[in-house]
Design a protein around this ligand. Structure first.
Ligand code: PLP
Ligand code: COI
Length: 355
């Protein structure tokens, strides 16, 4: 039996729920009434609290601002037709949270604290969870260094916080993607596998250049030769080529996505051939050209299953088959959604039921 955490709760006297337009939920801009906060100092986590959402006061010298000791997670809570609320696979995010912490010399957070802090926030703000299909409550746990110190060294104090946002799909359309062959997001020995804030900062400049050329997303390639596909900016890259589901190995340079793992698990159960291996740019472009690439999508929590409409590399661009006609990604999205929204049996135990 796990112990229930002691969390001090201060509820808002001024809910914004009634004024929130649930027909218009731009990603990550609308926050629920509350947030979770905890402090790490003297070697332990303390002051676990849920407080009204709002600005916080921090010193201008905190080391996360200067040296990037900061990382985050992303997961979602869903409303079922019978009113139950579930969180999708939070144990996976809890484990990855600590992988990121370790890479950045930051303290681990007990997995139970991670899960219970999120469940408590979801419970308090449960009325904020949208009920429309495809909508959910996006949860953003994160940790950052709070020592007031300009020397380059791991901080001794940290904050752990969780924010919640009602959201729809992150991408509103089929993606026009470009395979990046100059800039790099992560190299071997770096921190690509961590959900470190710096990984996102470094991707903005190349993403902006691609956007100026009319692309919606980049597909990153390996740092050494730019010959092998890595992942997208906010999702893992997955393909159906020659009737097989193929995706790059989640090694040093790639985030080991929860959605990626979910898709692979289902595909294997369906008897689909699955290959986690090096995926060359050449075979993807060749498949796009000769029609053997019958599906391509980004898999991620915010992105869900985001269809790639066309792929471009070195000025060559191919449009793939209409997403509506793609057997694999249609089936996988339907199946995952049915589980998340409680419309299909959760045979894997993926739903953490809040109540
Ligand atoms: N890759 C990157 C860089 C991401 O930001 C994300 C989103 O979290 C993913 C992959 C997909 O991971 P997950 O399915 O765990 O959300
Ligand atoms: C997520 O899916 O949680 C992500 O990390 C995407 C985010 C960068 C918008």
């Amino acid at each position: 039996m796990t112990e229930t955490l002691e969390i001090k709760i201060t509820k808002t006297s001024n809910s914004r729920l009634a004024q929130t337009d649930f027909e218009n939920l731009p990603f990550g801009q609308i926050f629920t009434d509350h947030m979770f906060v905890a402090d790490y100092a003297d070697g332990e986590w303390k002051n676990l609290e849920i407080i009204p959402y709002g600005d916080i006061l921090v010193s201008p010298a905190i080391s996360s601002l200067h040296y990037g000791q900061s990382f985050f997670e992303g997961l979602k809570a869903y409303r079922h037709a019978d009113g139950k609320i579930s969180i999708f696979r939070p144990d996976k995010n809890a484990a990855r949270f600590n992988k990121s912490a370790d890479r950045l010399c930051m303290p681990a957070l007990p997995e139970e604290t991670f899960i219970q802090s999120i469940a408590a926030l979801v419970d308090i703000d449960r009325d904020w969870i949208p009920s429309k299909p495809g909508y959910s409550l996006y949860l953003r746990p994160y940790m950052f260094a709070t020592d007031r110190y300009l020397g380059v060294a791991p901080s001794k104090s940290y904050k752990y916080m969780v924010l919640a946002c009602p959201v729809g799909a992150y991408f509103s359309k089929t993606l026009r993607v470009k395979i990046e062959d100059h800039y790099t997001r992560a190299a071997e020995g770096g921190m690509g596998y961590a959900k470190s804030s710096g990984n996102y900062g470094v991707s903005m400049y190349p993403a902006r250049k691609a956007a100026e050329e009319g692309f919606d997303q980049l597909i990153w390639t390996d740092a050494k030769e730019h010959k092998y596909i890595e992942e997208m900016g906010a999702a893992n890259a997955m393909f159906v080529l020659d009737g097989k589901l193929i995706t790059p190995i989640a090694g040093d340079t790639i985030l080991d996505g929860v959605t990626r793992n979910t898709v692979i698990t289902l595909a294997k159960e369906w008897g689909y051939p699955v290959e986690e291996r090096k995926v060359s740019v050449e075979e993807i472009m060749e498949g796009a050209k000769n029609g053997k690439l019958t599906d391509a999508f980004g898999a991620g929590t915010a992105a869900t299953i985001a269809s790639v409409g066309s792929i471009s590399h070195n000025g060559e661009e191919y449009t793939l088959i209409d997403p509506k006609d793609r057997e694999f990604s249609q089936r996988v999205l339907k199946t995952i959604d049915a589980i998340r929204y409680g419309n299909a049996p959760d045979t894997h135990g993926w739903n953490y039921i809040v109540g």
